[in-house]
Write a protein that binds this ligand. Structure first.
Ligand SMILES: C[S@@+](CC[C@H](N)C(=O)[O-])C[C@H]1O[C@@H](n2cnc3c(N)ncnc32)[C@H](O)[C@@H]1O
Ligand code: SF4
Length: 429
């Protein structure tokens, strides 16, 4: 067993009190699950792109108008099913991701959004992921008129040679112009996604890109190290060398350079990856406590169950055409799993209140996790301020590493299998 596997198993045993978890091809009893929730978030996956980037792990395929039309019709049928299940309970966040949602800007996104607003009790604005090449002035006006208040842009790099390595179809001059147009468009929050620790990237390049990101005037910057998923073209080329010690050290130093630039510019850390201008509502999809995921590969989390739609677009459409929910895999969560998941996502946000844990689970936080928090606090990875726990920059970095350890392995196994088999019988994590 390699070191990564050993660590993964130990952490699972410690937090979940079990060595493995298995997702099964079973549709959960949703009527009763929905009865026990008061509100939830909504995620919609648009699995279309105009090109496929060699590093990208997400579920996507090349945009084809006839498939996209059928997809839009299927999403509306899925909305109808959940509108009945939710029965007027408030939807408190709405995030549209992909793939590239802006591929549907003039071919169905508006009709999906109208259907969402007509079907659910929407108590929130719209978050949308976008590709820089889709952000002409006319398109930005169209995006605003859909009710989008939070826009995220896949900038990825700010040196032309790195954009070429990533096969991104624009230059630095073009992406800067797109971001600046978006910033002047009056959104509540414009987020720029940026990837560092690229092959051959120097510290000086990271520094220059960090300043360039700040100079563009965005409200939030999400800076991710390049993850090498083994089922992507770049992951296959890297051949599993993601955890070697030189790479770990380089990433830590690069993140330190970016942290310094972002803090000097007045941004504050709002999650493990994201730095946000104070007073701006942050752009983030993953930390919502309970959510329903619509679309091919949409994932849903409802207190004691996590489930995942089929990744296959044709099968997704076929299931909804025959009146069925397109759920491919589900996992019933024990209380230990729910608590560990809660803790992970609250740490991901870098701060949380122990009283929120007590409210959610009816047990004292210190009684359940106090024995782990003390040594982490002594090691300087977090501060225990009585009711509040705050992650330090060092703690955020080590959470990166844990995330890397789990997400690369889990996401590869779960998404890799789901991409190959529309209805897998079982996936063991
Ligand atoms: C769905 S994409 C963004 C929207 C749009 N499709 C685009 O490419 O511009 C989501 C973001 O995930 C990040 N991302 C994708 N693959 C990654 C990888 N292998 N490592 C680190 N970040 C990655 C990128 O920053 C990307 O902008
Ligand atoms: S990075 Fe964006 S554009 Fe590229 S394949 Fe992934 S989702 Fe599509």
């Amino acid at each position: 067993m390699g070191l990564s596997n050993f660590l993964r198993t130990q952490i699972k045993r410690l937090l979940l009190r079990r060595g493995t978890m298995a997702l099964e091809n079973k549709v959960p009893a949703l009527e009763s699950k929905f009865q026990s929730i008061d509100e939830c978030g909504l995620y919609l996956h648009i699995p279309f792109c105009r090109q496929i980037c060699p590093y990208c792990p997400y579920n996507k395929e090349i945009y084809r108008p006839e498939v996209a039309d059928a997809y839009v019709r299927a999403v509306k049928k899925e909305i109808d099913i959940y509108a009945r299940l939710l029965g007027g309970r408030p939807v408190t966040s709405f995030y549209i991701g992909g793939g590239t949602p802006t591929t549907l800007l003039h071919s169905g996104l508006d009709s999906i959004l109208q259907h969402v607003f007509a079907s659910f009790n929407m108590q929130c604005g719209v978050h949308l992921e976008s590709h820089p090449n889709d952000l002409s002035q006319a398109n930005l006006s169209a995006i605003s008129s859909l009710g989008v208040e939070h826009l995220s842009i896949g900038v990825e790099a700010l040196q032309d040679w790195h954009l070429r390595t990533l096969h991104r179809p624009y230059t630095v001059t073009q992406v800067r112009a797109a971001v600046e147009r978006a910033v002047s468009n009056g959104f509540q929050c414009v987020n720029a996604d940026f990837i560092f620790a690229l092959p051959g990237q120097t510290y000086a390049e990271v520094e220059q890109a960090g300043h360039a990101l700040v100079d563009m005037g965005v409200d939030q910057i999400a800076a991710y190290p390049l993850f090498q998923f083994p089922y992507t073209a770049m992951g296959r080329a890297a051949n599993g060398h993601n955890h070697d010690i030189g790479r770990i050290f380089r990433r830590r130093k690069m993140l330190g350079i970016l942290e310094r630039i972002f803090y000097d510019a007045g941004l504050a850390r709002t999650s493990v990856w994201a730095f946000t201008r104070p007073g701006v509502p942050k752009y983030c999809s993953v930390t919502v406590p309970l959510y329903v995921g619509l679309g091919a590969s949409g994932g849903s989390y409802l207190k004691d169950v996590f489930y995942l739609n089929t990744f296959n677009v044709q099968e997704y459409i076929r299931a909804l055409d025959s009146g069925r929910l397109p759920i491919a895999l589900s996992l019933e969560l024990t209380t230990d799993m729910q608590m560990a998941g809660w803790l992970y996502w609250r740490l991901y946000e870098t701060r949380f209140k122990k009283s929120a844990f007590q409210k959610r689970f009816g047990q004292g936080f210190d009684a359940v996790y106090g024995r782990y928090i003390k040594p982490l606090s002594v090691a300087g990875l977090l501060k225990d301020k009585g009711d509040e726990i705050v992650l330090s920059d060092g703690g955020a970095y080590w959470l990166h590493m844990v995330q890397d350890l789990f997400s690369l392995e889990y996401v590869s196994r779960l998404w890799g299998t789901s991409k190959q088999e529309p209805w897998p019988a079982r996936v063991v994590l």
